[in-house]
Design a protein around this ligand. Sequence first.
Ligand SMILES: NC(=O)c1ccc[n+]([C@@H]2O[C@H](COP(=O)([O-])OP(=O)(O)OC[C@H]3O[C@@H](n4cnc5c(N)ncnc54)[C@H](OP(=O)(O)O)[C@@H]3O)[C@@H](O)[C@H]2O)c1
Length: 281
Amino acid sequence: MILVTGATGSIGQYLVRHLKNQGSKFKALVRDEAKGRALGCDYVVGDFDKPDTLRAAFEGIDRLFLNVAPSESMARQLNTAIDVAKAAGVSRVVPVSSPGASTTSKLKIGRWHGEIEEHLQASGLGWSILRPGSFMQNLLGAAPLIKSEGKIIGGYKDGRVAFIDCYDIAACGAVLLTGNDHVGKTFVLTGREALSYPEVAQKFSAKLGKPVTYVDLPVEQVVASAKAKGTPAALAEEFGQFMTVIASGYAARTTQGIKEITGREPRTLDQFLDENLQAFR
Ligand SMILES: NC(=O)c1ccc[n+]([C@@H]2O[C@H](COP(=O)([O-])OP(=O)(O)OC[C@H]3O[C@@H](n4cnc5c(N)ncnc54)[C@H](OP(=O)(O)O)[C@@H]3O)[C@@H](O)[C@H]2O)c1
């Protein structure tokens, strides 16, 4: 039996769809019963902050998709889950990590993921690690401003990003959770084309039939604005560092990870926009 955590999140919702479509036996871990019912699959209620609920939820689980929203608590939450998985006899864990995961990363998120990867690798459990780059779905956060003012705002300068569709990350997860290949491997996953934000804005203009421009601002200004809109300070600061990393060209690299796992090419930003255009109109 497979257990999908973060099942209501950006990757999890696609993973639930993939596993349903291929007729796999799985359960979703949810914090909220109503969200579990809405997923339309078997589910179990559990919370990474309540280890007892994990012990009950992991009973009879063989393969675990390990994913949660990024936060200061993430390493504690997922390292506890790894310990519970080990005690429950789980054979293989597939975590969502990030490309620069390392306990010595300059980015906090990179360090949190580094701690989780090290803990998993030392656990004796089977593992296959997914390190996806920036999600196309992040662009949904820009939808209100694209709709109202035809603008995308950021501090990315002309740094390119090989945006990845969460659909593809989930497709990789589905293969790793249901097959026997790739144990002990770490995959950096990216989209197939690296685009700058001005190029992304051009794509929006063409699809929406109205001008959309990218406005580059000092990173500090973008961070201050995110905080003013309610983003927790630590995450907003982290986001600022992340923009600087993108501006340096770090996110421009493309890899063959998705093709290696699924046998097909990654989806393009054009495909994502065609399917999600309504959200930006
Ligand atoms: N965004 C990017 O571009 C990017 C790039 C590389 C790596 N990543 C990594 O991708 C991962 C997922 O990030 P995301 O932003 O897409 O998050 P997400 O998967 O959308 O996170 C939300 C999910 O986490 C669940 N959750 C939150 N707290 C929980 C708890 N205490 N117990 C159980 N479940 C809990 C939520 O459940 P509820 O429905 O109950 O809230 C929801 O299913 C992170 O590790 C992030 O670092 C992201």
